[in-house]
Design a protein around this ligand. Structure first.
Ligand code: RB5
Length: 142
């Protein structure tokens, strides 16, 4: 399983910790920035990561901003990206099982590292169930 990760300045402080969580679970993760606390615009990073995920079939993305809201809004503008703003392990599990989400978003100002670890574990342990959910996921695209 390959992950890409990107943050804005409001998600930068925890980026290395999140990368370590993913690596410790045995997965590859590629860092697409940002690389400092300097203010940046979250859509630039959401778009960069979304393009990377779309270019590599089967890969996932992790986007972090202050709340996770802006990142998810921007990523979901890309056809084929299903970005889910998750607050806990349950929402992460459902995002994979029911929504076939391929980009995980959360907010550095909202969730702590313990919760983030449980979110990432739940995401990695869950698979899209298909079946009745497949038809609904197809209907998301307009
Ligand atoms: C930056 O202050 C903040 O607006 C951004 O990180 C994000 O939370 C937007 O949705």
């Amino acid at each position: 399983m390959k992950f890409y990760i990107a943050t804005d300045h409001a998600g930068f402080a925890i980026k290395e910790d999140v990368k370590k969580i993913v690596k410790d679970l045995g997965y590859e993760i590629e860092d697409l920035g940002t690389n400092s606390n300097e203010r940046v615009d979250y859509p630039d990073f959401a778009h960069k990561l979304s393009r990377a995920v779309l270019n590599e079939s089967g890969s996932f993305g992790i986007l972090i901003c202050g709340t996770g809201i802006g990142m998810s809004l921007a990523a979901n503008k890309h056809k084929g990206i299903r970005a889910a703003l998750c607050h806990d392990a349950y929402t992460a599990k459902m995002a994979r099982e029911h929504n076939d989400a391929n980009v995980l978003c959360f907010g550095q100002r909202v969730v702590g590292l313990g919760v983030i670890e449980s979110i990432i574990k739940a995401w990695c342990e869950s698979k899209f169930e298909g079946g009745r959910h497949a038809k609904r996921v197809e209907k998301i695209e307009i």
